[in-house]
Design a binder for this molecule. Structure first.
Ligand code: G6P
Length: 611
């Protein structure tokens, strides 16, 4: 969490940094701050969003060709002006921006306090810069060396950039665990948590590796690691387009991303799937497919919405490949001494590719000899790089904090992986394999049809916008969809919502049902249809309000439900790709009607780089 941006070159730094911070606000928006060299090293910071900071500043006073900026998701210390970044060193000659957590900050702080350091915030980041400066002042080494020595002593995660009052052409940056991209322009350099603040200026980037320290000084870049071993920067070309990170006429990124799904699912299948020719290829899988085919079991690790995609994948993999699958919350997996055998296959799913728990889970699995297959959206991200093999989801940048198009792209990729493995293994018949390829290829058109229900869903949203609770129920493949529907609603509208397997309702949630309780059933025509019809009746018998997502042409459920949403039919194994669409739209409209900030819901961040 937290977004960082820095610039040094021939342009004005302030506008570049402010624009970059706005693009990184998905990483946290508790406070924003900037440090510039404009007649001294000056820090400007404020609680709230980047616009709140902007409102207090006058651009003319901010002229500087170098600067650093930060947008915060609070970890240590409440969100206020004091705890906002950048933080100064003791005598204000240095300032730092930091994304991550320094775990041994408390002992460092005690040590530094005993040596006379005075702190003005409650953050670990301020301790970090005091510690660096302490070494810098006392050893009289270069700042770069002081940073290196300090990094050898700190425990935790960081992406940092440091600016020095006495070095107007120098920025020092380093990373471990938190992402950091370096953009190289003509006589100018950019640093940011992701590439979005950089793409309009240059498409040449270097992704810093863990434990690397980058020094930009007088127009040149050098990289060495914390052991003082230099390396040659590996420059890559960015393929991202500027339009992909703009709202394109939509009121919110979330709505744009929901409506992008026909295209993002197609993009995800492009060049990989051709049903007519019975062709299915995933380049990233080629080398490892036999390992998966022969695996005794598959472990899936993920968090949040990605975990829900993993749960859909569990059903698909087990049905078609007959390989046992366990889906784990990455945070639980890594701390419970899991049983991992040499050759186990671990699939890590992550939109951002930076989620700290997922990254740590795969590092643990790797250390025990597991093979890691990464399913990430962000190209070049840490999880993608830490995996042995993988497939990108190619959904394009997802900016709304609540994940939508990343979910459907993840399910699409995982379905393709499962089908490939099943086909290779011979655990699926040729006929079924071809039928599923054809059905998968038709999904974008069907998602388009589901999106055409937008107005009807807006109408239903208006009726239920003041509800205090919601239940989401589904069975089989639609059970993870129920979980995802509930998560979407609670994260952006702040209405309490729970997802349950429909049959489990009678073991608890049924006690909550009365005329005030909206219950969303995901009841498309599948193998458990009759059973879920009974569950709907159980809710109606207790006067609950039923909103049912059904298959087009259903004649039974419309007689019982208060509201129905009809989606196109498809194979039940890939129905989640369609049945989730109305739930995304329902939560979006309810949140908008309640006046919530749908793209940046309170307390959340999109990229969770803390544990
Ligand atoms: C955060 C986001 C969620 C996301 C989860 C996992 O909580 O708000 O939308 O599903 O992290 O993120 P990942 O990038 O690993 O998919």
């Amino acid at each position: 969490m937290c977004g960082i941006v820095a610039y040094v070159g021939h342009r004005e730094a302030y506008p570049i940094i402010v624009k970059g911070l706005k693009r990184l606000e998905y990483r946290g928006y508790d406070s924003a701050g900037i440090a510039l060299l404009n007649g001294g090293l000056n820090v400007y910071k404020k609680k709230g969003k980047v616009v709140d900071l902007e409102a207090t500043l006058t651009e003319e006073e901010l002229s500087s060709k170098i600067g650093i900026g930060h947008t915060r998701w609070a970890t240590h210390g409440e969100p206020n002006d004091r705890n906002a970044h950048p933080h100064y060193s003791s005598n204000k000659n240095l300032a730092i921006i930091h994304n991550g957590i320094i775990e041994n900050y408390d002992s460092l702080k005690k040590e530094l306090t005993a040596r006379g350091h005075v702190f003005h915030s409650d953050t670990d980041s301020e301790v970090f810069i005091h510690f660096i400066d302490d070494i810098y002042q006392n050893t009289k080494c270069s700042l770069e060396e002081a940073v290196r020595l300090a990094l050898n002593k700190v425990v935790g995660a960081y992406a940092i950039v440091i600016i020095d009052e006495n070095a107007p052409n120098q920025l020092i940056a380093a990373r471990k665990g938190s992402p950091l991209v370096l953009g190289i322009g003509k006589d100018e350099f950019f640093l940011a948590s992701d590439a979005t603040p950089i793409i309009e200026y240059t498409n040449e980037v270097v992704y810093l590796n863990d434990y690397e320290i980058a020094t930009i000084r007088d127009g040149s870049l050098s990289i060495r690691n914390v052991e003082d071993i230099p390396s040659t920067p590996y420059i890559q070309k960015l393929e991202m387009q500027l339009e992909a990170i703009e709202k394109g006429g939509y009121e919110h990124f979330m709505l744009k991303e929901i409506f992008e799904q026909p295209r993002s699912i197609s993009d995800c299948m492009r060049g990989r799937l051709d049903a007519n020719r019975g062709h299915l290829v995933l380049g990233g899988l080629r080398e490892y497919i036999n390992k998966i085919v022969n695996a005794d079991r598959i472990l899936i690790v993920a968090c949040g919405t990605s975990w829900h995609a993993g749960t859909v994948a569990e059903y698909i993999f087990e049905e078609f490949t007959r390989i046992p699958v366990e889906v784990e919350y990455a945070s639980e997996f890594r701390y419970r001494n899991p049983i991992i055998k040499e050759g186990d296959v671990v699939i890590a799913i992550s939109q951002s590719g930076e989620t700290a728990d997922t990254l740590a889970a795969i590092e643990l699995a790797k250390s025990k000899g597991a093979i890691i297959f990464g399913v990430c959206n962000v190209v070049g991200s840490s999880i993608a790089r830490a995996s042995h093999a993988g497939s990108y989801t190619h959904a394009g940048p997802e900016i709304g904090v609540a994940s939508t198009k990343a979910f459907t792209a993840q399910v699409t990729v995982l379905t393709m992986v499962a089908l490939l493995v099943a086909h290779r293994k011979g655990s699926i018949t040729e006929a079924r394999y071809h039928e599923l390829l054809t059905d998968l290829e038709q999904i974008p058109v069907k998602v388009e049809k589901a999106l055409a229900l937008n107005k009807q869903i807006e109408y239903i949203a208006d009726i239920f916008k003041d509800a205090r609770n919601f239940l989401y129920l589904g069975r089989g493949y639609n059970f993870p969809v129920a979980l995802e529907g509930a998560l979407k609603l609670k994260e952006i509208s702040y209405i309490h919502a729970e997802g349950y397997p429909a049959a489990e309702m009678k073991h608890g949630p049924i006690a909550l049902i009365d005329e005030e309780m909206p219950v969303v059933f995901i009841a498309t025509h599948d193998s458990s249809y009759e059973k879920i019809v009974s569950n709907i009746q159980e809710v109606k018998a207790r006067k609950g309000k039923v909103i049912a997502v059904v298959t087009e042409g259903d004649t039974l459920i419309p007689k019982m439900a208060d509201f129905i949403i009809e989606v196109p039919a498809t194979n039940e194994a890939i129905m989640p790709l369609i049945s989730v669409i109305p739930l995304q739209l329902l939560s979006y409209h309810i949140a908008v009607m309640r006046g919530c900030n749908v793209d940046q819901p309170r307390n959340l961040a999109k990229s969770v780089t803390v544990e």
